[in-house]
Design a binder for this molecule. Sequence first.
Ligand SMILES: [Zn+2]
Ligand SMILES: [Zn+2]
Length: 216
Amino acid sequence: MQVEPFTCSSFMTNSYLCHDQGEAVLVDASCETEAECEQVMQVIEEHDLDVRHLLLTHAHIDHIFGCTFFEEEVGQRFQAHEAAVPFIERAEEQATAFGVEVEPPSVPTTHLAEGDTVSFGDVTLDVLHTPGHSPDSISFVHRPSRQALTGDVLFQNSIGRTQGLPETSRPQLLHSVTEKLLPLGDDVTIYPGHGPSTTIGQERTQNPFVQEALRA
Ligand SMILES: [Zn+2]
Ligand SMILES: [Zn+2]
């Protein structure tokens, strides 16, 4: 599975185009401007990719800016955890709170939950429910290639924010990290919602928040 990162908007949020055998999924829609959206489309066209699924790790405003654009381009709706629905319904409210604008995306009708799978090319992604930063946080794992897309749960040397946002829980976030992500294995590369890619091993041994959680 090839993973192409795109860092977009003033929130510096990552979207990822994952592809294999000419088929692709887009994970998150952080592209805020038309130029940012077009960059993703250019890679889709360059590789002549058939985008099979549009996926959200969670529905915070910085991850859904480009939803409407890609839904129109690809002719599909984004799929997300059921708990994303109220966040998407409040997209404009979320935008106002951060002083930005958003074209409200359509409400997801295909919901993803722990244990579900998403397939494209020869790839099957496993869905993990990893709440805490938001109730709808999910991660996508490709075990054979040792790669995972984890949204705003675990970052290089940091963890997802659990203050100043609705429905967050720091204990739940740490539980998601220690019980869902760390068991994936030290050799797994993670592609987070913000910042550079890292590995489970690096975060297990060097991330102060993870170390604190493991000591607790
Ligand atoms: Zn977030
Ligand atoms: Zn984010």
